[in-house]
Design a protein around this ligand. Structure first.
Ligand SMILES: Nc1ncnc2c1ncn2[C@@H]1O[C@H](COP(=O)(O)OP(=O)(O)OP(=O)(O)O)[C@@H](O)[C@H]1O
Ligand SMILES: [Mg+2]
Length: 327
């Protein structure tokens, strides 16, 4: 077994009688980017705070590059964390905020300048070096916090919603560059997000958390095509997944883009509503069995009475009782 990178085993956090995190085990390799995805309140920030050493664990173990850091103070772990709120020094300029960490670690001035110039360019912050945090927009502050964490060259990088305050266009623009830079930097990265688009775009693997319990961890493709349970199936993939009654005890699910309209031989359905989404349109259908289906299709002008079909291979089957996916 390789020891480099992050390994956590059975990590738990209990506050009073509430179990915020319940036996989380996962590993992140050097240079790998893992997205922690889940609804609000599922335990994402809790997980990062345990890894950073900001809160004590109630059980389990954290190893970083082979070293047990479960009970090490935050300052000794070499873990960088970018918070949902950015925690910049308000009285210092952008440049001074960035230089501080490098000065403390006695990085020579020419190298400091080179590395700062690199992150400023990457995060499109050039020209803002002399401003103070209060003179920046939320998105700019967020990028300065990200720049500062990148400059620290930590053993583990934790990012809590690193792009939540950026507009969609800037996010799309930064995502591939940030991903490349994080790969180059070579440390394990965990970034928290609500946004599955961001998770898919930034991460090598995704871990889905719900109610403090890890539901599944895998590549974006694995989670999309082979979700472990109904929660993962419904949480991943926009605009949603269609749920259909199967034989006794079985819940069927089918993605909107796997439904097709046919001339004959399909399940009769009535068009309720349609919505353009740029490259495709979404159709809401009411089937003759009384089920509501969502279908994603390219440009076409359907009539009101339709027939819909799908390949049996594309059906996902779950136990109605447990929600677990059936083979
Ligand atoms: N110190 C604490 N004491 C008690 N409960 C807490 C504490 N910190 C967090 N919680 C609770 O633990 C749960 C997980 O919180 P956490 O902040 O990890 O959620 P999150 O997944 O980061 O959510 P969001 O996406 O909204 O940021 C929530 O129900 C929250 O109210
Ligand atoms: Mg949070």
């Amino acid at each position: 077994m390789t020891t480099a990178g992050l390994h956590c085993e059975q990590l738990s956090r209990r506050v009073g009688d509430r179990l915020l995190l319940d036996g989380l085990s996962l590993s992140v390799a050097p240079g790998e980017s893992l997205a922690l995805l889940g609804p609000s309140g599922c335990g994402k920030t809790t997980t990062l705070r345990l890894l950073a050493g900001l809160d004590p664990v109630s059980g389990g173990r954290i190893r970083l590059d082979g070293e047990d850091v479960t009970h090490s103070p935050a300052g000794e772990r070499q873990v960088a964390m970018v918070f949902q709120s950015y925690a910049l020094y308000p009285h210092l300029s952008v440049l001074a905020n960035l230089e501080l960490g490098l000065e403390v670690r006695r990085v020579p001035a020419p190298e400091r300048r080179r590395r700062i110039a690199e992150v400023l360019a990457l995060l499109q912050l050039e020209g803002l070096e002399r401003r103070r945090p209060a003179q920046l927009s939320g998105g700019q502050r967020q990028r300065v916090a990200l720049a500062r964490a990148l400059l620290r060259q930590p053993r583990l990088m934790l990012l809590d919603e690193p792009m939540s305050n950026l507009d969609a266009q800037l996010r799309d623009q930064l995502r591939p560059e940030l991903r490349a830079l994080l790969h180059r930097a070579g440390h394990p990265v965990i970034h928290v997000t609500h946004d599955q688009q961001e998770a898919m775009g930034l991460a090598d693997r995704i871990a889905v958390l719900e109610g403090g319990v890890l539901q599944q961890v895998g590549t974006p493709q694995e989670l999309y095509h082979r979700p472990a349970n109904l929660f993962v199936a419904r949480f991943l993939g926009r605009p949603g997944i269609n749920l259909l009654a199967g034989e006794a005890g079985v819940q069927l699910a089918i993605r909107p883009e796997q439904l097709r309209l046919v001339e004959s031989g399909g399940l009769p359905a009535r068009l309720l509503r349609r919505e353009w989404q740029g490259s495709q349109q979404l159709l809401w259908l009411d089937t003759s069995r009384g089920e509501l289906l969502l279908l994603a299709a390219a440009d076409l002008t359907p009539g009101e009475q339709l027939q819909v079909t799908w390949k049996p291979d594309d059906e996902l089957r779950f136990s109605s009782a447990s929600g677990e996916r059936l083979a």
